[in-house]
Design a protein around this ligand. Structure first.
Ligand code: GAR
Length: 223
């Protein structure tokens, strides 16, 4: 079957915040640049801008507040039921700020991706911009990776780097890194939708080639 005859991949997007990455995905989908259908957006908070972004584009929104559940397992179990009811091909974590249980990550192995604001494997976890400034690093960036049980530790698909300037603050780094996120996230989603990128035995492959640690280096490649 030719690529353009492929059915659009069904995508569920999970958010916890402002949703600028969500917005980029919506915009690219609407512009015909992403072969996907966004089935639903799920937020674990009821007061975030990402919800309005989805509603404005008539995308169904489901709010599932984690603080209404007695345990991580019970929240993830319900979340899994809701996601599965959409029968998705791809699950996208677009600023979803939750540590996920191993059962949950295993269930979506190879079809769940996350974006993280650092050059993984460096700076897993929170406050990446602050930690980069404190360390005096000259480079920083963002990475899209498959989600595994290891927090921010699954195989990388693509990353993009920026120079850190002396004048940079946490806020300016956040903005600079977000601009890169908006370039690489749709690209990784497209590759996944087109089945060009796959995960096998905890490694990422693009067009059959195993990707190096960090994945494709966006800056250094004409794509
Ligand atoms: C992004 O910077 C994303 O990389 C980060 O949250 C932000 C969400 O922004 N995700 C993580 O830190 C996950 N560990 P957005 O809501 O504007 O897309």
């Amino acid at each position: 079957m030719e690529k353009h005859e492929l059915k659009p991949a069904r995508v569920v997007i999970l958010i916890s915040g402002g949703g600028t990455n969500l917005q980029t995905i919506i915009d690219q989908q609407e512009a015909g640049k992403l072969p996907i259908t966004i089935c639903a957006v799920i937020s674990n908070r009821d007061d975030v801008q990402g919800i309005q972004r989805a509603q404005k584009h008539n995308i169904p929104v489901i709010v599932l507040e984690h603080n209404q559940f007695p345990s991580r397992e019970s929240f993830d179990g319900r979340l899994q039921d809701i996601i599965d009811s959409q029968n998705p091909d791809i699950v996208v974590l677009a600023g979803f700020m939750r540590i996920l249980t191993p059962d949950f990550t295993r269930h979506y192995e190879g079809k769940m991706i996350n974006i993280h604001p650092s050059l993984l494997p460096h700076y897993q976890g929170l406050h990446t911009h602050r930690r980069v400034l404190e360390a005096g690093d000259l480079k920083h960036g963002a990475t899209v990776h498959f989600v595994t049980a290891q927090l921010d530790g699954g195989p990388a698909i693509i990353q993009s780097s920026i120079e850190v300037e002396k004048s940079d603050s946490e806020e300016s780094l956040k903005e600079k890194v977000l601009r890169q996120e908006h370039k690489i996230f749709p690209l990784a989603i497209r590759w996944l939708a087109e089945k060009r990128v796959v995960m096998r035995e905890e490694k990422a492959f693009l067009d059959g080639e195993e990707l190096a640690v960090g994945g494709v280096q966006f800056d250094k490649n004409e794509i």
